[in-house]
Design a protein. Sequence first.
Length: 613
Amino acid sequence: MPPETPLPPRPDKNTLEAFFPYATNPPPAGTFEMGLVLGGTVSAGAYTAGALDFLFQALDAWHERAGNHKVKLKVAAGSSGGAVCAALVSVLSNRDFNHVTAPQSVLVASPPPINNQFWNIWVDAFSFDQLVDTSDLNALVDEGAGNRPDQRTPSALNCQMIDRAVQSIIQYAGQAPSKQRAWVEPLLRVGITVANLRGIPFKVEAIPGIGQFDGANFVQHDDYAWFAAPTWVTKPQGLRAPRPDEFWVADPAIGYTTMAQWAAASGAMPVGFKARLLHRPVEHYYYRPRARATMNAAGSFDKRIDPPSLDMGALGGMAENGQYLFSAVDGGTLNNDPVSLVHDELAGLIGLNPRDPQEANRAIFMIDPLVDMPTALKKVGLSMLSVTKSMVDVFVGSARYLTADKELFASDDVFSRFQLVPNRKVDGEAKIGEDALAGTALMALGGWCAPAFRVHDFLLGRANMQAYLSSTFVLRADNALFNGWTPQLRQIYAVDKGGNKIQVDGATPPQNYYLPVIPVMPGATAVAPDWPLNALDQAAVDRTVRNPLKKRVEAVLDRLREDNAEGFGPWVLQLIALPGIADTITNALVDGFVGDLQQKRLMPKSTPDAAAL
C-alpha cells in the first residue's frame, strides 16, 4: 500500500481573508448582481429547467437590444435536481441554444428535436420505463471503499438514464463555446451540495485530553463543492484565479466530468437512486473559514477569521495524490443550505445585501418547485405508530431551507431575496407550489410517468418566470440602477408594488412606482400551458407504471435475498421473502399515485363496472 501524502499546511489568516472577504465591494454603478439558488426537485426539475430557459431568453434580449442597465450572474448553487440545473446553467452560459416556444400540443404529441439541454435532460431524456428496467441488477456494485464486493443491488430504481444524462452533459460541454454573454460572470462560481456519508471529521481543540480521550470530536455530513466554470468565448483579461477550494473547469474533459458527477450525486435520492463515489483534494476543507466578531477592551468589535478545526488525523485512507474518497447521496437529505453559500459569495462572510427597494443592488433569486402550501398542523399522538409516521415528515421538512432564510424570502419589504414558485389556476382555483405542477405525485417521480406532465411543468416554468420578471422581480424606480432609463422606457415597464401595470409620466415621483430588474423585451414571450386534464387513465397506469414497477420490485427483492447483506438481521431477509410482498409494495405506491392523480384531475376517477351493478 503506497504511503499517504503528507497533509497540506493550513492557510493562515491573511490567506483566508484574501479569498474570503468579510464584506464584498458594491457592484459597479448601473449593475445589479444576482445569485441563483435552485431547490431540490426530482422530476419537478422540468419546472426549474423551463424557468431557467426563459431567464436566459429574457437576459439575452435585454442586454442585446436595450441594456439601459446591466445584470450580472455571479454565482449559482443548488441541491438535488437543483444542482443538476446549476451545472446546466454553467454549461449553457457560453453556448447558443434554441428556446422552447412550440405549442404544448406539438411538444406532447410529436416534439421536434430541440437544441436545448434544459429541455433535453429534463423532458426528453428522462422517463419512468428507464427507472424500472432491471438490467442494472446483474453487475457487481463498485463498493470502492474496501467493503463486501459481492453486492448487486445499487438502488431501488435503475439509474442508467441518469448515467446517460451525465454523459450527455459532459459531451455537450466538450463542444466549442459559441455565444458570449455579458450578463454572466466570466468565471462563474457553481456550488453543489451533497450528503457525505463518510463525513468530515472535526475536533474541538479547546477541550483537553484525558487518558485515551483526546478531545471532543464530531463528524459533519452536510457537504458541498465549488466549481469555477469558464463562461467566455474569448478569454478576458484580468480574469480572477480559481480559489483553492474550487474545482477548476478549465479542461472540459476533466472539469465538466467532475461537475456532472457531483451533480448526479446531489440528486441521488437515498435508496431510490444509487449513491455516488466522489473524491476531492483534502485541502478543499481548509477553505471553509469561520468569521467571528469579538469585543475588544474599548467596547467595539474586532473581526476575526479562523480555519475550520479539521481532525486531519481521522482522514485515513487518502489516495497517494491527497484525494479524499467518500460515498455521497442527495444534497437535499441534509440542510446543506445553498442559500447561505450564495449569500456569502455575494455579500461576504459577515456582509449584508441592501434590502430596501431604493438601495438594493444584489439579490438571491431562488427557484423552488416543491414549496408546499400552508396546511393546518395535525396532532401527532403518543403511540409508537403515530410518532414513527410523523418522523418521516419531520425529517423531510428539516432537510429543507432554514426558517430564517424563508422568512426573508417571504417578506414584502426585503428586495435582496426573491423566490419563484409554481403557480397557476386550475378550474378557476389558484394553485401554488406542488399543487400547480403535474409531476409531483409518486414522491415527485410522477412527471416521468407521462410526457404531458413534463411538458406542462416545463412550460409553466417559462410562463411563471415571464410573469415574475414583469411583476415581482422589481425595485423602486428611484433606485440608482434605473438612472439611465428614459421616460419612454419607464412608461412601458412601470408597475405598482403589487406588480400591476400603471401609467406614469415625467411628473410621477419615482418613489411611487417600481421597475423590473430584468425587463421582458417584446418578442420574449411564454404561453401558460393548459392543465393536462386526464392525461393518464387506469389502463395506461397499469401498463406503464404498475406492471413494470412490480417486475422491478420483484427483481430487487430477489437480488437482495441473494446479496444477503451483512448488518441486517435475519428478520429483514425473512420480511423481503414473504409471499406477496412485491404486490403489497407496488400496490401501495401505485394506488397512492392514482389517488393523487385523480385528486388533481390528471386521471379520471374510476366508475363502477355496469355489468357488476
